[in-house]
Ligand binder design. Sequence first.
Ligand code: IMP
Length: 427
Amino acid sequence: MKNCVVVGAQWGDEGKAKITDLLAQNADLIIRYQGGCNAGHTVVAHGKTFKFHLIPSGILYGNKICFIGNGTVILPEYFQQEIDGLKQENIDLSGLKVSPLASITMPWHTEIDGQSERTAGKGKIGTTKKGIGPTYTDKMQRIGLKVGDLYSETALSEKLDIILPVKNKQLKELYDLKTYTKEEVLELCKKYAEIFRPYVCFEWQELLRNAKKENKKVLFEGAQGVMLDVDFGTYPFVTSSNPVGGGAAVGSGYGPKEIDEVIGVAKAYVTRVGEGPFVTELEDEIGTLIQEIGHEFGVTTGRPRRCGWFDAVTMRYACLVGGLTSIALTKIDVFDNFDEIKICKAYKDIRDGQIYYDYPTDVFIHKYLEPVYEIMEGWCEDITKVRKYEDLPRNCRRYLERLEQLLETPISIVSVGPDREQTIFKN
Ligand code: IMP
């Protein structure tokens, strides 16, 4: 195995958990590089279902180092819940490490997230309300707390003297929310220090350097998806971090040269939760059918996911900006009973008929865009038991090959069901 990044290539929920789980088998070190508990991964192992938000699911193997990198934001109470759940199942957590540079989501971050969404009117993002945006905002404003800060009393005290006056002013004047005393926050920080104590890895430089020297295999685990990237996604309807392949270097402690490949996980159709443009969205019975067959409901929020046909315009863009070297296509079996399957190969502006083959990054024009579809014949048979590419029905292979052509990127993995075995490695 080469050092590999797994990224979502659409708007999240592409089935990264299964692909990550598969690749984690051969990895020594797994690094989560961005996001926080806004993500939700479901993995079935040891006959049980595990739901992960922040901790890499590779922890279930028991012999991997799972490192939560500097690019992440951690809500301590959620982290504790995840730890407790794993401990209850007797999962060995000795390989779990947290970067002292990871940012902490404080109570005011979740409160601001909730309040901003409630009062945003048309500007509502549809966030997961886990304080993600406000935590990254403070990191960038340089008034955030990092995990390592919890272990130096004097530094923490000095930082809070700078942070709290700014934060309290914002909380009161901008958001009409409760303010915090220094004593209150110090108490909270004591509690947080205990939560992280067994996992915080001050020796992370040694960890990464040794892994490199010993030629250990590294899997970089991304959350959300390229189209939710704060730089390249459908801004402002995005998350506040960089899920793109390049984000792995910024959020882990390794440089770009340590990355050999970037696998983008995409569904054979598209889903989205929260607000924001979605040109191929189906608000009809086909959308509902895909939602039902694909069980498209969020792991973190339980919200039904919006569904639509595969969007090759967006995906081709995701291949470029996400740095994808290949694609893992999931949930293609959802189409097993479809007579025909559509692929959006261009957008048409209804105002002047202009055709877009390249993704228009000004998302405010997306409401004027309609998909230009190519219709492919379905295969109308059960493919969930197929294990070799050449055994897939001809129309299914034609569909995959057409996607590769449109995306100018190879498909390396095809997933035909939720189980590990229901996977076809193409090359
Ligand atoms: P936030 O990350 O909670 O700030 O939410 C910003 C946007 O990203 C919203 O549209 C969320 O629904 C979306 N989002 C965040 N995390 C995920 C995820 O793991 N899967 C799918 N959508 C997500």
